[in-house]
Design a protein around this ligand. Structure first.
Ligand SMILES: [Cu+2]
Length: 350
């Protein structure tokens, strides 16, 4: 069930997965062979060329998108296997300088994305950035040099200030996943960005409601931005605090957590089986800094029944979260409000 990351949720299909394209290229390899005293056998990576458009969005926001008119906040999930190269042509359709700067991968100074290295797009300019990645290698003494695999992220580093503070505030950020060959692929993906007092630049009850069916393998990528410290908490699910969120075996010493620091510039990811051991329902995700959750840093992870139907009580919980009265008159009024705010149920792509 996990041999492709194409999402089944129509809402989320708008976010095109680059790994799906990699799968077409036959990049579903086996485990990395690491032999003591030798470099890991480098799999032949591929170079993927993509174009990203930085575009103004309503509300003084700016997003990255894979098509013209397709910008979203967060931007698209970019994925590669260790050894692959991403060649990103960034088209700046805005009237301000901006850039794209990655975490975790390898790049030269002219792909740094910072004004410090004269690496950014002027207004209207197109510029290519190259991100490389590598596999784990061994060195003498049974020491391993890490590969690029991880749940990373990318963001602007030039709008507003030399650190991209204005671009980050306005939505120029997204998830970057580097997978190790043999990693288990998810059914669905969710990007959650705690950005100052907002989640994906929205505040409750307009934060995204993410959905999955019972038992689906859901990959969360959590990213922190802004100038505040946060803690990410997901109700009723738990994960191992390691690279993948899964235990490697019964003796894996990784701590199992359901809450993790999410500070500016940091990121982590994990996979859960939706509703595992707890069943379907409307579960919450939120910042666990109380003054943050109380003022809007919360959203819903809706785990539907395995057949996609709503579990008992879930709609009532969602209505409660959104402050609805469950009457016909209130529903009509609410529908009008929501049609004016298309991002209320926007899912990951909104
Ligand atoms: Cu917080």
């Amino acid at each position: 069930m996990n041999d492709n990351v194409v999402n089944r949720d129509g809402e989320r299909l708008r976010r095109r997965s680059l790994l799906a394209a990699a799968g077409v290229l036959g990049l579903t390899g086996g485990a990395v062979a690491v032999t003591r005293g030798e470099p890991a056998r480098a799999a032949a990576g591929v170079t993927k060329k993509i174009t990203i458009y930085a575009e103004a969005l309503p509300g003084n926001l700016i997003g990255y998108g894979l098509t013209r008119g397709g910008a979203t906040i967060p931007g698209p999930i970019l994925e590669m296997y260790e050894g692959d190269t991403l060649e990103i042509t960034l088209v700046n359709t805005t009237t301000q300088r901006l850039s794209i700067h990655p975490h975790g991968v390898d790049y030269s100074v002219d792909s740094d994305g910072s004004p410090f290295n004269a690496s950014f797009n002027e207004p209207g300019q197109t510029r290519t950035y190259t991100w490389r990645s590598h596999e784990m290698t061994t060195v003498a003494g049974r020491r391993f040099m890490p590969g690029s695999a991880g749940y990373w992220h990318y963001h602007d580093h030039a709008l507003g200030t030399d650190h991209g503070t204005g671009g980050l505030a306005r939505g120029l950020y997204g998830a970057l996943i580097v997978r190790r060959r043999g990693d288990i692929l998810p059914d669905k993906q969710i990007t959650v960005v705690f950005n100052d007092m907002l989640i994906n630049n929205k505040s409750a009850p307009n934060t995204p409601m993410f959905e999955a069916n019972l038992g689906e393998r859901v990959e969360w990528i959590a990213i922190g931005h802004g100038s505040l410290f946060h803690t990410f908490h997901l109700h009723a699910h738990r994960w191992a605090d390691n690279r993948t969120g899964m235990l490697e075996g019964p003796a894996d010493p990784s701590q199992v957590v359901d809450n993790k620091d999410l500070n500016p510039g940091s990121s982590f990811g994990f996979q859960v089986l939706a509703g595992e051991a707890v069943g379907p329902g409307a579960w919450m995700y939120h910042c666990h800094v109380q003054m943050h959750s109380d003022t809007g840093m919360a959203g819903i992870f809706l785990v539907r029944n395995a057949d996609g139907t709503m579990p008992p009580g879930a709609q009532e919980a969602i209505d409660r979260f959104q402050g609805h009265q469950h009457t016909a008159a209130a529903t009509a009024a609410t529908t009008a409000t929501e049609s004016a705010q298309p991002h209320v149920h926007g899912g990951t792509g909104s």
